[in-house]
Ligand binder design. Structure first.
Ligand code: C5P
Length: 405
């Protein structure tokens, strides 16, 4: 999805402390630059043992700072100058030793000095730990991390899995694309902080026999973008996904389902505990009345079989009918008369907001245009990529439910 310029105008000081994960910092730098950020790399002496400043300079297109005695700065105060126009310092990798230093406010090298000397109100500190699982689990590290959080730092990860030492567990640095998602999310306003958002996405698949089925055209892109935007806005997001091949947005709880009935069961299970329900799924309206246990064979006379269909439950309408329903948002994919159909749907489903789009112009594309229809009137969200629209929609929903703006 178009992360392309999500960090346009942002200036990031990227600090590397010593650890094998320094190799990932190279790729992370590229991701930040591709997303539109300017990146100023600062490395500790230990980081230089793992990767050279030459590599980091080439990727960031800026000369790298490594020493507090760097004479390039006219006032010889690199540790001050570095952060005055920075939107954030990101330490990736952050070794156990460097985290301990941050916690104690020690400042015996340029990077720790810059962290201590940063204007704490306007230059946030993001820390991506990278260490062996035993180091991670050690009470000293855990104590330091708790203090670091109390001091206002944001932790990115760590991840879990194979470690360079051959062990498996917590402590590996997040992958560059995961770090990028987390940094982008960090800068998004937390309009839905703590709210529970439930989303359905993708098509459903209604089996006819073991090899055939009825489905709908839906890539899931819009629903997944909305899940990502809601998570970025600080919501606790559950995404019920029909059969689509899409990566789960960071921090989102995903439940995979196949049929409309399974989607219905999963949605009704979670809906009562949700603050917002957004139904983006293209649910099959009908399913075969009976499932054939074996593949239906062509008959000798090539007679076309007749399929008896039965209606699927309407998930959105059922959630909206709950005693205390979440704020329900429906989608209307139409090929014509969008407003008329959207208004009808508002009433028929009993929901406060319908989001209309012209189906053939939306299916599978990276961009779309939306029309919001509610009791107050209509509002156009102009053609844009689906993530941008998703963020706008989340803003609109947050306003309507009176969440913190
Ligand atoms: O009824 P119709 O398919 O036109 O309405 C579309 C909206 O209702 C979408 O938000 C869709 O996700 C939702 N829907 C549903 N369950 C169905 C059919 C549609 O939740 N069985």
């Amino acid at each position: 999805m178009s992360e392309l310029l999500d960090l346009a105008g942002k200036h990031i000081v990227l600090g590397l402390s010593g650890g094998i994960a320094c190799y990932k910092a190279a790729d992370f730098t590229r991701e930040l630059v591709k997303a539109g950020a300017t990146v100023q790399v600062v490395m500790t002496a230990a980081a230089e043992a793992f990767i050279t400043p030459v590599t980091m300079q080439a990727l960031s297109n800026r000369s790298v700072y490594t020493s507090q005695w760097d004479a390039r700065e006219p006032n010889n105060m690199a540790h001050i100058n570095l952060t005055r126009d920075a939107d954030a310092i990101v330490i990736a990798p952050a070794s156990a030793d460097f985290i301990a230093k941050l916690v104690q406010g020690r400042a015996d090298d340029l990077l720790s000095l810059a962290c201590l000397a940063r204007p704490i109100e306007r230059c946030p500190l993001l820390v991506a730990p990278a260490m062996n699982r035993e180091m991670w689990a050690h009470p000293a590290t855990q104590r330091n991390l708790a203090q670091l959080r109390l001091d206002g730092a944001t932790l990115l990860g760590p991840g879990n899995g194979d470690q360079a030492c051959g062990e498996i567990g917590d402590g590996r640095m997040l992958e560059p694309v995961e770090l990028l998602s987390d940094v982008i999310a960090f800068f998004q306003p937390k309009r839905l902080a703590g709210k529970r958002v439930l989303i359905t996405a993708g098509p459903t698949f209604e089996p006819i026999d073991p090899v055939r089925g009825i489905t709908n055209l839906s890539s899931g892109k819009m629903g997944f973008a909305i899940a990502r935007a809601a998570a970025e806005a600080g919501a606790i997001v559950t995404l019920i996904a029909g059969p689509v091949h899409r990566p789960t947005p960071r921090g989102v709880i995903r439940l995979d389902v196949g049929t409309a009935q399974q989607m219905f069961d999963a949605a009704l299970d979670a809906a009562a505990a949700s603050d917002v329900f957004i139904a983006t799924a293209a649910v099959a309206d009908w399913r075969p009345a009976a499932f054939a246990d074996h593949k239906i064979k062509k008959s000798a006379d090539y007679a076309v079989p007749t399929l008896e269909l039965t209606e699927n439950p309407d998930i959105l309408a059922a959630v909206a009918r709950l005693l205390k329903p979440p704020y329900c948002v429906g989608f209307a994919a139409e090929s014509a008369d969008l407003l008329k159909h959207a208004r009808e749907k508002l009433v028929r489903k009993g929901v406060p907001l319908i989001v209309g789009n012209i189906g053939p112009a939306a299916f599978g594309f990276d961009d779309n245009a939306l029309t919001l229809v509610d009791a107050a009137g209509e509002r156009e969200l102009l053609r844009a990529d689906k993530l941008t629209l998703a963020r706008q929609l989340i803003t609109e929903i947050a306003t309507r439910i009176g969440a913190r703006a």
